[in-house]
Design a protein around this ligand. Structure first.
Ligand SMILES: Cc1cc2nc3c(=O)[nH]c(=O)nc-3n(C[C@H](O)[C@H](O)[C@H](O)COP(=O)(O)OP(=O)(O)OC[C@H]3O[C@@H](n4cnc5c(N)ncnc54)[C@H](O)[C@@H]3O)c2cc1C
Length: 406
């Protein structure tokens, strides 16, 4: 009988295996994909934002925030750095505390993890989809590819259903439920957002990427994110949109639509923008306003700004002679309202919220409180983090804790 079977050769499963293997345990990993770490290979656009130097609690979300604090207690960034050093992977630190492998290649992270598993005699079987798990006669029974096997301990490192094209599934959630675990309902996060605006309105702006500041006003306060916003024919994408998507999805639980206010020129104050635009107006010019605006804003955004203000037929001269008409244009550039009614679904999402209720998991060991010998690590748990390396950070810490406990 194997000491430990780990379901899932992703981030959390591989670390759990290595740490337990180093402590002399006989470990087997079953992976349904045809290769190890498929999602890991896609992280950080192939560069793998492996962690964050400042994993403060407000960067993580769970129905049970106490659990996050307990998981991180005594496990800092240095522990992750130390672990990766021990498998030969050097890390570099970038802006906003983000951490990457020095090679800037997710593939080197996966290959060094696999190589360490091989050296420790940890067996990884790919194309092995676990279909059933149960606990009988003091051991776990598993079924994969019509093979039945037994194990003393079982680790669910199955991830969640984000990015199904990379292997994201709900299998681990089902297994946990079969052991009596409560499941917190999920929704996609770090995801593109859809808009109810008419297709032709959206397609006019599609493809434009602008460094913006995005604001969401909620009853509990204002949330702002700065970064790229990409207009698309379904709605909005870009890093600022992924960053604000979790809060937007929370708001959409109680209302069919929310409005995002997009500051298309966040580096200028409203006064600076007004003054710059005013200076460039010529009273005698008969040129269309649309031509003048191309001097400072993407052409595809001009009519969506002017049409709702009914200013699309004005000339430069007519605005110069009636400066009251300039103010709504400036305001619209600084606060471009965009209705949002949903998201692009799990295919575009980096992470799933929700998962196994962490009230039923021991934070120091990741062991289930429902089933002795069952360990739960990574995204399958009801914990998710912001973009910036926080999700992998969590997966590694879960793996370190579970591996040591095993
Ligand atoms: C495109 C993209 C980019 C991302 N970039 C980053 C980033 O740069 N930084 C960051 O911190 N986070 C990033 N994330 C999030 C991060 O990848 C995940 O949070 C992390 O991989 C979760 O680790 P895990 O071990 O819980 O699950 P996973 O890494 O998803 O591993 C779970 C494994 O279990 C296997 N499995 C599931 N069910 C079964 C079964 N029944 N039988 C056998 N095997 C099974 C799956 O095939 C999978 O390989 C990104 C996600 C995506 C989709």
């Amino acid at each position: 009988m194997t000491d430990v079977v780990i379901i899932g050769a992703g981030a959390s499963g591989l670390v759990t295996a290595i740490v337990a293997g180093r402590r002399g345990k006989k470990v087997l990993i079953l992976e349904k994909n045809n290769k190890v770490g498929k999602k890991l290979l896609a992280t950080g656009n192939g560069k793998c934002n492996i962690g964050n130097q400042r994993p403060t609690l407000e960067r993580f979300y769970s129905h049970n925030p106490k659990f996050i604090a307990q998981v991180f207690e005594g496990y800092g960034y240095q522990d992750i750095k130390q672990f990766f050093k021990s498998i030969g992977l050097e890390l570099i630190e970038a802006k906003e505390g983000k951490v990457f492998p020095m090679s800037l290649q997710a593939s080197s992270v996966v290959e060094l993890l696999i190589s360490e598993c091989e050296q420790l005699g940890i067996k990884i079987i790919c194309d092995a989809k676990v279909k059933k798990v149960s606990f009988r006669d003091n051991s776990f029974s598993l079924e994969y590819n019509d093979i039945n096997m037994k194990s003393k301990k079982l680790v669910l490192a199955t991830g969640h259903c984000s990015a199904p094209q990379l292997g994201g599934v709900m299998d681990g959630i089902g297994f946990a439920r079969s052991f009596g675990h409560n499941i917190i309902k999920d929704f996609p996060t770090l995801v593109q957002l859809t808009s109810p605006f008419k297709e032709q309105y959206l397609s006019r702006m599609a493809g434009v990427k602008v460094e913006s500041r995005v604001t969401l006003n909620t009853k509990s306060g204002t949330i702002q994110k700065q970064g790229d916003v990409l207009f698309t024919n379904y709605g909005l994408s870009g890093l600022a949109i992924l960053d604000i998507s979790r809060k937007v999805m929370e708001e959409l639980k109680s209302t069919p639509e929310v409005t995002l206010e997009i500051d298309l020129m966040p580096k200028m104050s409203i006064e600076q923008l007004h003054s710059m635009m005013k200076k460039s107006l010529l009273k005698k010019s008969l040129k269309p306003l649309e031509i003048w605006m191309q001097g400072f804003i993407n052409k595809k955004l001009i009519l969506p700004i002017l049409e709702p203000l009914k200013l699309e037929d004005e000339t430069i001269g007519s605005i110069a002679s009636n400066l009251e008409k300039l103010e709504p244009i400036v305001s619209k550039i600084k606060c471009f309202s965009f209705k949002i009614n949903g998201n692009k679904g799990y295919k575009g999402a980096e992470v799933a919220t929700g998962g196994i209720d962490t009230k039923e998991v021991e934070a120091h060991s990741m062991e289930s409180k429902k089933q002795k010998g069952l360990y739960l690590v990574g995204e399958v748990l009801d914990v998710d983090g912001d973009r910036g390396g926080f999700n992998l950070h969590l997966a590694w810490v879960c793996g370190l804790r579970a591996g040591e406990a095993l």
